[in-house]
Design a protein around this ligand. Structure first.
Ligand SMILES: [Zn+2]
Length: 342
């Protein structure tokens, strides 16, 4: 198996927004097919579920959502400009001037998000932007030319480079939640030939960004004793963040092991104990309400599941330049690996 950095780089280059996860599921199936002792299957919603049998009838489910935020083609006007709607929560103010990839029958069509030049729109300078004020320009000269390359409903994602920055920090699109996917892939590689007590279910869930939908069916079908979601959390270590309201979470200081009503205390305490005993960095975050991650549904799957969350701090979430620390990813893998061995 490639190292985690290479896996991450490949995963973030794939265009697979919510509801259109097929390219990433195909990539994962291919990568994981080398482990002949594991069962790899898709459920009706498209979740990819990898199963490894254990010695007892207990089960642990680890879940990372594999979708990303994006857009879909809504309407193509007479001049060939493409109008779009969002898949998941995106701030329209960050969209102007961005490169995008439209996936049309599995092939990429490149475009840019256009807007009226500031020198031509002086009166509009302070206008609040709505996604319907923007359009995608693929260079087409007419509606029919655009329709030859793009269809209504085609998925769209940001097109960005994988940038390695200082202090083992990287930035690209879909860090939310390809870091979680990379962690699961790495755990499968480390655990595939270890005889664990519990049956292990590694779930790459779909449609998280549009309402935690994939984990609902996966959690119900697997009905695990213990579940852990792996996702990103907001880093709050950059200018203008109100720490009084959002607390302090820093990049490179370890994964967050949160506390709150969405999480089972036994699971979270165990994760924290493992980090302490093995001198692995971690951070504590108070999430006093709904966590907005797969664990919120996993916790109440069927008759309930003892479930926890481990998250990677991420700056600039839901933008094309999401940022995280590779050190935090490695720490998360270590903590979860030891948890599964227990
Ligand atoms: Zn996420």
């Amino acid at each position: 198996m490639d190292n985690v950095k290479d896996i991450l780089q490949s995963l973030t280059s794939i265009s697979a927004p919510s509801g259109y996860e097929m390219p990433i599921v195909r990539f994962l199936k291919d990568k994981l097919s080398i482990y002949s002792n594991l069962k790899i299957e898709e459920d009706v919603l498209g979740n990819l579920i990898v199963t490894k049998n254990g010695k007892t009838d207990k089960s642990i489910m680890l879940v990372a959502h594999c979708d990303e935020i994006g857009f879909a083609v809504k309407y193509i006007d007479e001049a060939g400009f493409i109008h779009f709607s969002s898949l998941g929560g995106v701030d329209a103010h960050i969209l102007k001037g961005r490169d995008v990839t439209i996936m049309h029958h599995g092939q990429p069509v490149y475009g840019v998000i256009g807007s009226c030049s500031v020198s031509l729109s002086r009166n509009n300078k302070s206008k609040d932007i709505d996604i319907s004020d923007l359009w995608i320009d693929i260079g087409a000269c007419s509606k029919s030319e655009a329709l030859n390359n793009v269809s209504i409903g085609d998925p769209i994602t940001f097109k960005t480079h994988y940038n390695e920055l200082r202090n083992n920090i990287f930035s690209t699109k879909s860090v939310d939640n390809r870091v979680g996917v990379a962690i699961l892939v790495s755990l499968i590689d480390k655990l595939h030939n270890i005889n664990t007590d519990a049956n292990m279910y590694f779930v790459f869930s779909v449609q998280e960004e549009v309402g935690l939908r994939g984990v609902i069916t996966a959690g119900y079908n697997i009905n695990p004793n213990v579940g852990i979601a792996i996702d990103v959390t907001h880093a709050t270590d950059y200018p203008t963040i109100n720490k009084n309201a959002f607390g302090e979470i820093r990049l490179g200081k370890g994964p967050s092991i949160p506390i709150g009503p969405n999480f089972n205390n036994l699971v979270q305490n165990k994760l924290r104990d493992i980090a302490i005993q093995n001198h692995i960095d971690y951070q504590v975050e108070s999430i006093s309400g709904y966590s907005g991650t797969d664990v919120a549904e996993l916790q109440v799957a069927r008759g309930g599941c003892q479930s926890g969350l481990l998250s990677i701090p991420c700056r600039y979430m839901h933008t094309p330049i999401e940022m995280a620390s590779y050190d935090d990813v490695l720490s998360a893998i270590e903590i979860l690996y030891k948890f599964c061995l227990n």
